[in-house]
Design a protein around this ligand. Structure first.
Ligand code: AHR
Length: 504
């Protein structure tokens, strides 16, 4: 038996992992590895789009950014916001670029030039081997504009908006499958913030018309902006009561951070994420039962990441600039361990979380950083995301880890030092185990056997300096290393690991 220690500093640790090949969690939806690009800061302008950059293509998209996005194998990218979408006129970003309006963008108090809009972004997505997940404005606009946008993007009819798309040079519909019904409408900061009932009604009517225009689309209703919202729970219940029959997913958003430099507590962030997911899934099922419905509403965790490093810096940024350097968190090694652990949690809940979006993708709280007019580099968090996205496809297996626990405070008195997820590849030749060692003090010897499979290799993100970062000058300070495996697996203190097993 294992004891619960109050101190995260321990001398010796053994852990035992069992991987159950018989009772999987779920077939993983590849959209679990989605991401997000908002018209915010330098995500679009100076990020994905920079016509004067030496790698720019014929449409002005940075080739170096596309190459790096491809390495992440992101299947879907949410666009164009975020808070931005709640004041956005989608028509501004279509047609003749010389006639597009330059607007005051209220959400981030910047100037939006509209050089890039849906016409361009859907083309960028194709070039980056990804799909668009489109958000509609339910802040300043409503069901009419939302269903016009569905017609513009997806319709083959001989009708005004489908013909406008043709006139703008796109004969073939864009075929956008997943649509978000607004963004964070529970937040007072949101343009057009609503009560749960007001939003539930608006979402229901927009959803109904959008599905009339294209019955094949999937819709995401706004859930809570975080588990800490005063309205959390009641918001989901009220919204789902109004629009359950029309929506396919409810969203969850959550950002984590270590502003008080309490790393043991920060390393328990995935416990909070797990709790949030389980509570929202329970509410969805409560409403399903209340409605005597056969339909299950699943979860779209369409904003998750670490966000706190840039908060103070952002207060100093001058308003009403084009592409100001907002939300440019520089991620360190401990952030990468936490991101790896959040992905473990998403995998272990992949029966209900079918879509998730790392927020965001380029420059704005992002795994990829660029200098406007210059270099590109991978932040620390790039690596656990890339490896999980590449190897974490197939079927999520249940893994049970016996290990010591620690007290991370506030309702997290028994946090296991070791957190794991396991994935069986579609061809059943490979089982991949993802493991985080949350201990700051010592290495863990992980005894695990996967029946019928042999360990062939381990990738580890480990190091002594929890605050080490990658920069344009030193892009490879925090990168994973390959380790040979023989017998039990060694998990270094505060590390993220991936262990690959092959059949036979
Ligand atoms: O991702 C940054 C912002 O975080 C988004 O615009 C908003 O939805 C959330 O509050």
């Amino acid at each position: 038996m294992f004891s619960t220690c109050n101190s995260p500093i321990i001398m010796i640790m053994n852990a035992y992992l069992t991987v159950d090949l018989q009772n999987p969690v779920a077939k993983i939806d590849s959209r679990l590895y989605g991401s997000f690009i908002e018209h915010l800061g330098r995500a679009v302008y100076g990020g994905v789009y920079e016509p004067s950059h030496e790698t720019a293509d014929d449409m002005g998209f940075r080739g170096d950014v596309i190459d790096m996005v491809k390495q992440l194998h992101v299947p879907i990218v949410r666009y164009p916001g975020g808070n931005f979408v709640s004041g956005y006129n989608w028509e501004d970003g279509t047609g003749d670029r010389s006639k597009r309006p330059r607007r005051m963008e209220l959400a981030w108090q910047s100037i939006e030039t509209n050089e890039v809009g849906i016409d361009e972004f859907q083309e960028w997505a194709k070039r980056a081997d990804t799909e668009v997940m489109m958000a509609v404005n339910l802040g300043t606009r409503g069901s009419a504009e939302a269903c016009n946008l569905v017609e513009y993007c997806n319709s083959e009819t001989d009708s005004y908006y489908a013909n406008l798309r043709r006139k703008n040079g796109f004969e073939t519909p864009f075929g956008i499958k997943v649509w978000c019904l607004g963004n964070e409408m529970d937040g007072e900061w949101q343009i057009g913030h609503k009560t749960a009932y007001e939003y539930g009604r608006a979402a229901c009517e927009a959803a109904k018309l959008m599905k009339w225009v294209d019955p094949t689309i999937e819709l995401v209703a706004c859930g809570s902006s975080s588990i800490y919202m005063a309205t959390f729970g009641e918001w989901e219940r009220t919204v789902l009561r109004e629009c359950y029959d029309y929506v396919d997913y409810i969203s969850l958003h959550s950002y984590y951070g270590n502003p008080s430099n309490d790393t043991p507590a920060f390393f328990a962030s995935a416990v909070d994420m797990d709790r949030f997911i389980k509570q929202v899934a329970a509410i969805c099922d409560e409403i399903k039962a209340e409605k005597h419905s056969d339909k299950t509403v699943n979860l779209s965790f369409d904003e998750w990441n670490i966000w706190f490093h840039s908060n103070a810096q952002d207060q100093k940024i001058k308003k009403w600039q084009v592409a100001p350097p907002l939300l440019e968190d520089i991620y360190n090694f401990e952030d990468a361990v936490v991101v790896g652990d959040l992905l473990i949690t998403l995998l272990n809940n992949s029966d209900r979380v079918r879509i998730a979006c790392l927020a965001q993708l380029v420059n704005v709280i992002a795994p990829i950083m660029t200098e406007t007019g210059g270099r590109i580099w991978a932040q620390t968090i790039f690596y656990p995301f890339m490896y999980t996205s590449v190897y974490g496809r197939g079927t999520a297996l249940r893994s049970f880890c016996e290990c010591e626990t620690y007290n991370a405070g506030s309702g997290k008195e028994h946090v296991p030092y070791i957190d794991t997820a396991a994935v069986l590849s579609d061809d059943e030749t490979t089982v991949t185990v993802f493991a985080v060692n949350r201990s700051l003090g010592t290495s863990c010897t992980l005894a695990l056997s996967v029946l019928g499979y042999t360990p062939v290799g381990q990738i580890a993100l480990e190091g002594d300096d929890l605050k080490a970062v990658n920069t344009a000058d030193e892009p490879n300070r925090v990168i994973p290393t390959e380790k040979p495996v023989t017998g039990d697996i060694a998990l270094s203190p505060h590390s993220w690991n991936m262990i690959v097993y092959k059949k036979g």
